[in-house]
Design a protein around this ligand. Sequence first.
Ligand code: UD1
Ligand code: CA
Length: 472
Amino acid sequence: MAVETVIILAAGEGTRMKSTQPKVLHSVAGRSLLGHVVHAVSQLSPRDLRIVVGSGRESVEAHIADIAPAATTVFQEHRGGTGHAAQLALAGKTPSGTVLVLAGDTPMLTGQSLAQFLDAHVSGKFAASVLTAEHPDPTGYGRIIRDDADELLRIVEEKDATEDERIIFEINSGVYAFDSAALAGAISKITNSNAQGELYLTDVIGILKGQGASIAAIVIDDFTEILGVNDRIQLAESAALLRDRINENWMREGVTIIDPTTTWIDSTASLSNDVTIHPGSAILGSTQIASGAVIGPRTTLTDCVVKEGASVLESIATGTVIGEGATVGPFTYLRNGTVLGDGSKAGAFVEMKNSTVGTGSKVPHLSYVGDATIGEGTNIGAATIFVNYDGVEKHHTTVGDHVRIGSDTMLVAPITIGDGAYTAAGSVITEDVPAGAIGVGRAKQKNVLSWVLRKRAGTKSAQAAEASDTKG
Ligand code: UD1
Ligand code: CA
């Protein structure tokens, strides 16, 4: 079900968040609150999306330019209520057909539920429809007042409700569909004679009913979809609900999630069947994980590509490509621009950034690899450091195919190690090493005999040395 015009109300201050950031920019599951609403709405392909902004205007507008470049923003300078915000949104080009109005703080709503709601509204030929839910704790929401025949009469805000009205469990979701002409007629008639002194969009419903228009309250099955976020407690609640929804979705698609309560997957990430995720892991941003990969425990991947059968154990990676069958971890830190070839390895206590590791090459232990290109079948010995920074600029290191870098080598960039070359353990390599050569860059060893016996006489070391002499 497509719709012509959608209005998102997002000008509120979000006072209850107690934040310097506008409420709708707070994020859950990898999208801002507003981003979730925009995403749901985008599935209705609206031709005219209008977003009312106010509090934190600059940052909200910048964010909208990012997530919904085709949207028009409408500025509400002073908080006059949801009715006032809707009036401003309608003041521009007069919409025709159906207008969908919703709030920017309901991240759980799905495009599917919105489409079903619009379907019911259009097929019922209603002048106005409101999406409602039976909520176990209706506190804070507007209540749905129905007549004896169970027909929608009006919506009353909690602050204006009588005691009898407050025990109603059916609440207003803040999602409405209007016939544009009916909305235009009624929106000019709302007043601010209520507990909050605001223009309530909800009053349009009662006004239309009074005019004899046909209006409907359409109940959603799953009340969690309409949860609004007004404070940090609701922010955490919606994050947990979204986490469960996302995890259940991936489990249905064939992903094994060992502990869904500690696995956090952004709604923007994608996984294939037969991926296994161990506890305490977060799959964030645009991360894509291919079949057979094993992730975690305690692993955070942000904007990564993990190919078939790779494994990432107890590590953190951002902006990294992990090749087919490659192994990472434990305790590995892979930063932007790392590309690990198929069957390669980034082992324990290894940090990498802006580097390419060729097919089957290994960096198994305790190394820093920065600004490097490593060929195929190469082994980087334990505790090797790619010395990329001269204190002013970063430099590149190139290591060829089938190279053996000895343990504890310093590769001082810019430098090139040729194919099949070796470096001696403990070397500081400052000059290129040609193909097939061994680079040795360390002082020759000299033993000063009996030094301990003379300089450390009487110590356990000296005694051990003496005993060893007599054994000899
Ligand atoms: C509103 C509804 C309530 C419903 C609830 C659902 C009204 C009067 N009340 O209450 O019936 O149960 O949503 O979550 O509509 N906004 C503006 N400009 C304003 C005021 C609000 O743009 O002047 C925006 C807010 O940014 C927010 C949305 O409208 O995205 C709803 O405003 P909010 O203050 O959260 O309303 P509620 O008290 O939650
Ligand atoms: Ca709200």
